[in-house]
Ligand binder design. Structure first.
Ligand SMILES: [Mg+2]
Length: 124
């Protein structure tokens, strides 16, 4: 059972540390992948309750990874929050088109991200 497990697909160590700290005192269990291919493979293996997806990733972009996960019945309905630095470049629409459930533009407040997570995957 991994319903309170959150997969964070992110190649930036600073952002990984921030989310580790954010989730450390919650009921969520955090697992990580550091490139798009690993993200897809980990999601298919672990079937987490929610996925945080960076867009700019090595090997496979977060948008392509999101499309792959939406196309697989195992992961098609998992909430995916796509995170990007580029708030003004149309990435919000690209994220929606790829199948993202929600979109968070950097810089964001950790509290704001945690609220979005809790809305999509209740902690209790
Ligand atoms: Mg990145």
């Amino acid at each position: 059972m991994s319903d309170k497990t959150i997969l964070y697909v992110e190649d930036n160590e600073f952002n990984l540390k921030m989310v580790r700290q954010l989730l450390a005192r919650t009921a969520y269990r955090l697992i990580e992948a550091t490139d798009g291919e690993m993200g897809v493979a980990t999601a298919l293996k672990e079937v987490p309750g929610l996925i945080l997806m960076d867009i700019q990733l090595p090997k496979m972009s977060g948008l392509d990874a999101t499309r792959r996960l939406r196309a697989d019945p195992k992961t098609a309905t998992i909430p995916i929050i796509v995170i990007t630095s580029f708030a003004l470049s149309g990435d919000d629409q690209k994220a929606k088109d790829a199948g993202a459930t929600a979109y968070m533009a950097k810089p964001y407040s950790p509290r704001e991200l945690l609220q979005m997570i809790r809305n999509l995957l209740p902690e209790q």
